[in-house]
Design a binder for this molecule. Sequence first.
Ligand code: FE2
Length: 261
Amino acid sequence: MIIAQIADTHLVAANAADPMYGARTENLRVCIADINSLDPRPDAVIHTGDMTQHGQAAEFAHARSLLDALEMPLYLTPGNRDGRAGMARAFESDGFMPPNCIFIHYAVETHSVRLVAVDSLADDGSAKGDFCEARLAALDDTLAEAPDKPTALFLHHPPFDVPSAPDPFAYQRRQAAADLAAVVFRYPQVVRIFTGHMHRPCAATVGGVAASTVPSVAVDRRYGHYTPTMAGRPVYQVHRFDGRWGFSSETRLVGIGTDIS
Ligand SMILES: [Fe+2]
């Protein structure tokens, strides 16, 4: 199975006078074109949150109009910028989210790797993540349903320290990340954890499982140290699954920019 991962697109609603509108639209558009051009083509795309800048309906409508160009299924998880309600309204007609969901938690069963969306939003609207007992229990139940199928979790907030970030830990409580790791540890079929939020690449181990963050698609929100050839060019990641060694990951640098050949 091949998964393309995009995150932190931070789209704003149509406004020709707002430079963020044009730039972030183009950042996502070139990623989508590149994903569609891959051979072999990804089986699915995951968006690990902060799809929008303010969680407004017009922003989700704009996101939807762009993402509809993807030639493979898109699955998503909310970022702190998105909130749950607006994202659910914009995408629940796709059928993978439970209707009237309290949390955006679901499993996708139609691929060779089972995908489980985990909702890491804090209930108080904070930028930092959190889990409650209900969500951890739901994850536990979901993972118990299919113990023999390779499974990848995807969520917005990385449950590990990202040392290069000014605030390396993305959760309100240390215990939240420890609780998630404890659930993951009980299910050896979990082979990978994909996250966003930090706008920079980082990898770690959570409950014995490889976990990673992806740089933001929105170039103006990308943090960390990058080569000059990446200036102005959005990135996303491609994760290829092999039953022998799990996922291998590639960072794709796309768009018009300095020739790096
Ligand atoms: Fe975020």
